[in-house]
Design a protein around this ligand. Structure first.
Ligand code: MRU
Length: 344
């Protein structure tokens, strides 16, 4: 992580050690995973979260499975791939990382722990490099509007990625260039990634942050001089539609209404060219309990049902730029995304 001794994903060749993001910032505690099943559990239960971070963790999960099947036929890992793939449905980075590990396994022809470990480490390191590059590309866009206030949603920093961050990486790079007056961070109900994680990372970097209730975004855009909304993504489809944390779509509508620019920063591992539009993206629904209670305290009447979709889809036409490590797609659409695809 930048400016921090906290490392959210640690690999020691035999164990995956994950910072428990559910209890930050109050407590810094780690969960140790020794097999693929415990990695899948950690992803499902939000110990580790954020699209790139869960992809990286799943890749290490495959290595843990491989250790128990060294020298076996690739098929021996199939049940472990399955359990990892079932941990969460929306962020495509999970499936991208598993596909990449599977492809390597097939090339190897048998379970070669060392070679699979190298692949997982490469996935981890490449994500950090992608973020550093995206940071610069995104900051170039912010520079065009001059110094201003940025609004962001959920957590997209070191905790959610292989390091530095996607949208938060852009904010970090823009801040280094003196382009950030302050950041408005949505608290991001119900898991409060904005309050607990984004605000924490920004404070550590000494970037001025004002936490806002999710429902304050319209007022803030109207009255507080916001120049850019910068968010991450969990899956981007071939036409430039973007699935991201619930509440992102509302921000895009509000940004258009208030003449605020809207940027999505995500590595190319977040793009799913197999899906033609956002309507095909599986949207995760989590438990009613996540909405009906807050830190273990019930806040809703017993009889009330809750509906808890945790992602939404922002249509491409509301997005000014998608920033990836391969380049920037302005006013994304099918053609712009196809150009990006062919640039690999
Ligand atoms: O449910 P989460 O915490 O795993 O949510 C995913 C995210 O962190 C966000 O949607 C983020 O904006 C994209 S991943 C950097």
């Amino acid at each position: 992580m930048t400016n921090s001794s906290v490392t959210p994903i640690r690999w020691n060749h035999q164990e995956l050690i994950l910072l428990d993001q559910r209890i930050l910032p109050a407590t810094e505690s780690y969960v140790t995973c020794r097999d693929a099943e415990s990695v899948a559990g950690a992803i499902r239960d939000m110990v580790v979260r954020g699209a790139p971070a869960i992809g990286i963790s799943a890749a290490y999960g495959v290595v843990l499975a491989a250790r128990a099947h060294s020298g076996s036929h690739p098929g021996a890992l199939e049940p472990h791939f399955k359990v990892l793939a079932e941990s969460r449905p929306t962020a495509v980075n999970l499936f991208w990382a598993l596909d990449r590990m599977k492809k390597r396994l097939e090339e190897l022809g048998s379970v070669d722990v060392q070679a699979l470990e190298q692949e997982a480490i490469a996935i981890h390191q490449e994500d950090l490099q992608a973020n550093l590059h995206m940071g610069e590309l995104g900051a170039d866009l912010i520079a065009e509007s001059g110094k201003g206030n940025i609004l962001t949603h959920c957590n997209t920093g070191s905790l959610a990625t292989g390091g530095y961050g996607t949208a938060l990486g852009v904010i970090r790079s823009a801040n280094k260039r003196g382009l950030v007056e302050k950041v408005f961070a949505d608290e991001t109900r119900p898991w409060l990634q904005g309050a607990r994680l984004t605000a924490w990372e920004l404070c550590q970097d000494e970037i001025p942050v004002h936490l806002i209730a999710d429902s304050a975004a319209a007022h803030v855009m109207k009255t507080c001089g916001v120049t850019w909304v910068v968010v991450g993504a969990d899956r981007i489809t071939a036409n430039g539609d973007v699935a991201n944390k619930i509440g992102t779509y509302s921000l895009a509508v509000l940004a258009r209404q208030h003449g605020v620019k809207f940027m999505v920063a995500a590595p190319s591992s977040t793009i799913d060219f197999n899906l033609s539009s956002g309507k095909d993206i599986p949207i995760e629904e989590r438990t009613e309990q996540e909405l009906k209670s807050l830190q273990g305290v019930t806040i809703a009447p017993e009889g009330a049902r809750a509906f808890n979709p945790v992602f939404d889809v922002t249509p491409a036409h509301l997005i000014d730029a998608i920033v990836t490590e391969r380049g920037v797609v302005q006013a994304p659409d099918l053609d712009g995304m196809a150009v990006l695809r062919s640039s690999s």
